[in-house]
Design a protein around this ligand. Structure first.
Ligand SMILES: Nc1nc2c(ncn2[C@@H]2O[C@H](COP(=O)(O)OP(=O)(O)OP(=O)(O)O)[C@@H](O)[C@H]2O)c(=O)[nH]1
Ligand SMILES: [Mg+2]
Length: 314
């Protein structure tokens, strides 16, 4: 009788999760881990530093970066700038934040078509990130076109077309097996002719150890640069955040072949290895453009240093 008072569950709108909630595994590992080790005015001695070292390494900060950070803790402790473990917590938060590059936003406002070449290992989240980026750029009022440069995997073109349809934009594609560089070449010409603001080129996943495939990537980049020496304006490496320290090696190898200009880190919603962002930023000195925190179209966040640090530590 009173059934019409019952709430219809199907129409219930779920509150979007905050970045803090999305990053909860990394937050537990790094933020809460450091808090339980450091808060409570303990003496800064070798035992504490050993524990700290272990924690930072297992949180995927990486050995080199951990060494560097611990060295400054030691120096500041011996100069009595850091007096007890409470101070170390705040100090670490600041030191880690300094490793992230502040100026990390893409500036796509150029005269002509801005070209983003997206590269990375298999399954890193390239195509998904491209789909999400389209929505992001469209919401800034930009026109976007996609180039289906993954001509290797059978379903890849279809996957990109689905994202294209979702965002109602053109996807330039040829059949599977055709030359990726020529697909992207055609797409660039078409984007320029149509005064498109941003062209995003997908590429096939490849391991950084596969020499021939890495050469193909180099060729793709060369073909774009031949049309316009300023292009591609962004060579973005997409990295699966769950890859931990492997991600650092991937980034180094891709950087050697196709000089990267930015990074996007995906799948930070499901991993405790978010600390790897500090290691990669420190070792490669590259800006992080976006982070992926879920599979949905809105689950891509512009990377903001302060927000990221707060989500991990506050
Ligand atoms: N949870 C989560 N899943 C993601 C995220 N980004 C991508 N994925 C998932 O990761 C899987 C692989 O994504 P793709 O975009 O196909 O990866 P890719 O790099 O294009 O893969 P290849 O083209 O095969 O090299 C898909 O199931 C995506 O839904 C993210 O930020 N969070
Ligand atoms: Mg793909």
């Amino acid at each position: 009788m009173f059934s019409f008072f019952k709430k219809d569950k199907s129409t219930k709108v779920e509150k979007p999760q905050s970045l803090k909630e999305r990053l909860f595994k990394s937050r537990k590992k790094l933020g809460s881990g450091l808090a339980s080790l450091l808060l409570g005015k303990k003496a800064i001695n070798d035992d504490l530093l050993d524990e700290l070292e272990m924690l930072l390494i297992t949180a995927d900060i990486g050995i080199n970066t951990t060494d560097k950070v611990l060295e400054s803790v030691r120096q500041n402790a011996s100069r009595k700038i850091l007096k007890d473990s409470d101070g170390v917590y705040e100090f670490l938060k600041t030191e880690l934040a300094k490793l992230l590059i502040e100026d990390n936003q893409l500036d796509t406002d150029i005269n002509g078509t801005y070209v983003i070449l997206v590269v990375g290992v298999n399954g890193a989240g390239k195509t998904t990130t491209i789909g999400k980026m389209v929505k992001h750029f469209q919401s800034q009022g930009k026109s976007v076109m996609l180039a289906a440069g993954d001509t290797f995997r059978a379903a890849a073109v279809e996957q990109l077309k689905v994202w294209g349809e979702r965002n109602d934009i053109t996807v330039v594609a040829q059949s599977t097996g055709s030359d990726a560089a020529s697909v992207i070449f055609d797409a660039y010409q078409s984007a320029q002719a149509k005064n498109i603001d941003i062209l995003i080129a997908d590429t096939a996943g490849r391991l950084h150890t596969q020499g021939n495939l890495m050469q193909e990537l180099e060729k793709i980049k060369r073909v774009i640069t031949k049309q316009n020496e300023a292009a591609p304006h962004e060579v973005m490496l997409v990295i699966d955040g769950g890859a931990g320290q492997n991600a650092v090696n991937q980034a180094k190898e891709f950087n050697k072949t196709v000089k990267l200009s930015g990074l996007s880190i995906t799948k930070l919603d499901g991993t405790a290895k978010g600390g790897v962002l500090f290691a990669i930023s420190d070792e490669l000195k590259l800006p992080i453009r976006f982070i992926g925190v879920g599979e949905g179209i809105d689950d891509l966040k512009l990377f903001n240093t302060k927000e990221f640090i707060d989500a991990l530590f506050d």
